[in-house]
Each structure stands twice: as C-alpha cells, then as structure tokens.
Design a protein around this ligand. Structure first.
Ligand code: G
Ligand code: G
Ligand code: MN
Ligand code: NA
Length: 254
C-alpha cells in the first residue's frame, strides 16, 4: 500500500517511463512499429512491471491519469520517429479496461493525435479480448467511435477470452494478437499448433491482420511465418527497450 501511495506521486516525479518493443513484418523482417510498454522506475525498488501496479491503479481510478500520460508519451515518441523518416510505422498502446470504458477516451485519443500532429493510422490501440467481451454491446459502441476516428484496433491476448464468432465479425478491429501462451508451446503441443492455425485462418477470413507475440525461437518464427501471420513480436526479434536503444538506425541514414 506504500507502493500505491508512491504511485500517486510517481507521475509528477516523472518516474514512469515507456519501453518500446519492435513489431516486425513477418515476411520482409522489417520493423513496422513498436508496442509501448509501461515501466515504473521506483527510487527504492528499481524498475517495476505494470503487472505489479496497474491492478491497484485500476481500482483507484489512477489508471486514467496514467493512461493519458502513456498515450501522450507514446504519441510524442511516434512523432519523433516520424520526423526521423519512419513515416509508415505505427505505435501500439495498451488500454486498461477502465480506460477503455471511460466516456472521454475517443476525445482524448483525438486530442492527443492532434497535439502531436499524427495521422490516426499511426496509432494502434490494444484492448484485450477479455476487456472487449466484458460488456460486448458497450464495447462495440466505443470501438466504432475509435474506428471512426481512424485509429487501428488490435485485440490483444486473443484466444484467452470467449469471443463468439458472430461478435468478432461485428467488431471494427484491424488486428488479432495471438496470445503468447499459444506461441510458447508451439513446438511441443500439437493442440496449441492447431489453435494457432485456426486463429490465423479465422483472422484471414475476417480480413484481420494477425500478429503473433512472444516469439522466442527461430522454430516458432518459422512456423508462424509459414502459417501466414502478418507480423511478429518477441524476445527473439527484439526486447522492450527505452526509446534511445530502439533499433531504428536504417531509415535515419537516408
Ligand atoms: O511489459 P510487461 O510484460 O511487464 O507487461 C505486463 C502487462 O502489462 C502486459 O499484459 C501488458 O499488456 C500490460 N501493459 C504494459 N504497458 C501497459 C500500459 O501502458 N497500459 C496498460 N493498460 N497495460 C500495459
Ligand atoms: O499482454 P501484452 O501482450 O500486452 O503483454 C506484453 C508483454 O509481453 C510485455 O510486457 C513484454 O515484456 C512481454 N513479452 C514480449 N515479448 C515476449 C517474449 O518473447 N516472451 C515473453 N515471455 N514475454 C514477452
Ligand atoms: Mn499488448
Ligand atoms: Na498479449
């Protein structure tokens, strides 16, 4: 609980930071953007993962302020990359359930894009399948507003929730992210291989971009690429790092 007290002050003390994990085109191997991942650099406890504090932040409502900061900071970084020549990259930002359900989200997103002079197509909002399903009809309304604003919608941790196919078909999403739990066991578990194949086929049928996350081995990369995944993300290809360490040298030389 001391931690929650500290978190209230963390924003003002600039202890929150974003790390960026590259996303790759599966076929060309090119970087196509990054996922922003929140970290808290606590003065005593060091770098803290969002798993350790976002739950509390959700219950206290503090997650709204944190979420606004994450969105702004990620868009600021996307603008910096854009100015260095990475005009076709997009930045992915995770939304918490509370943030997603909050009425101000579409306006906040639009204002943030405007502030950084970014086209909405440069931003991808990741919501988990579970969040999207919590109140399916309400989610549809929010997702339609966001889609109308032109941002990309990604369904994160896909396969761990309970989407009905009918609902999925109605969702104005652009992307499915296969949960890394399935990717992890790909080589050893034929059930997981079958599930991943089915998700890829489903995504292709619904015209969705398919991203596999948690790619840790060359065998997984190979399998996922041959199945037809569009994009890959994982420790094999790139870990989450501070913006200064992000692998983006190539386009800057142009
Ligand atoms: O990066 P790491 O593996 O520690 O992330 C742990 C979890 O926290 C993941 O489920 C990830 O989606 C989530 N997460 C990371 N950054 C953010 C963020 O900025 N907002 C929200 N809501 N979740 C995040
Ligand atoms: O829930 P979400 O998919 O947003 O979670 C993203 C988290 O997954 C990040 O916190 C990141 O640290 C973690 N992650 C990214 N790539 C890998 C990977 O290859 N293996 C594992 N175990 N975790 C990963
Ligand atoms: Mn994510
Ligand atoms: Na995920």
């Amino acid at each position: 609980l001391q931690l929650m007290h500290d978190l209230r002050l963390a924003l003002g003390r600039k202890e929150l930071e974003l790390h960026y994990q590259p996303k790759f085109d599966a076929v060309s191997g090119r970087v196509i953007g990054a996922e922003a991942l929140l970290r808290w650099r606590h003065p005593k406890h060091g770098l803290i993962s969002p798993d350790a504090f976002l739950g509390h932040a959700e219950r206290s409502g503090l997650v709204l302020q944190i979420g606004d900061w994450v969105l702004d900071e990620a868009c600021r970084q996307m603008r910096a990359w854009h100015d260095r020549g990475h005009v076709d990259w997009s930045i992915a930002v995770n939304l918490s359930a509370v943030q997603f359900a909050h009425a101000s989200l579409p306006a906040t997103v639009e204002a943030t894009l405007l502030r950084h002079a970014l086209a909405p197509s440069r931003l991808t909002l990741e919501i988990t399948e579970t969040t999207a399903m919590r109140d399916a009809e309400a989610s549809l309304v929010i997702l339609r507003q966001l889609a109308a604003a032109g941002v990309n919608i990604s369904i994160d941790d896909f396969g761990t929730g309970y989407s009905s196919l009918l609902y999925l078909k109605r969702l104005p999403a652009n992307e499915l992210k296969i949960d890394r739990g399935f990717v992890n066991e790909l080589a050893h578990d034929s059930d997981d291989a079958a599930i991943v194949s089915a998700i890829v086929a489903l995504g292709q049928t619904l015209n969705l971009n398919i991203v596999a996350e948690g790619v840790e081995t060359a065998a997984q990369q190979d399998f996922l690429t041959r199945l037809g995944c569009d994009s890959l993300q994982g420790f094999l290809l790139g870990r989450p790092v501070p913006a200064d360490d992000f692998p983006c040298a190539a386009a800057e030389e142009v």
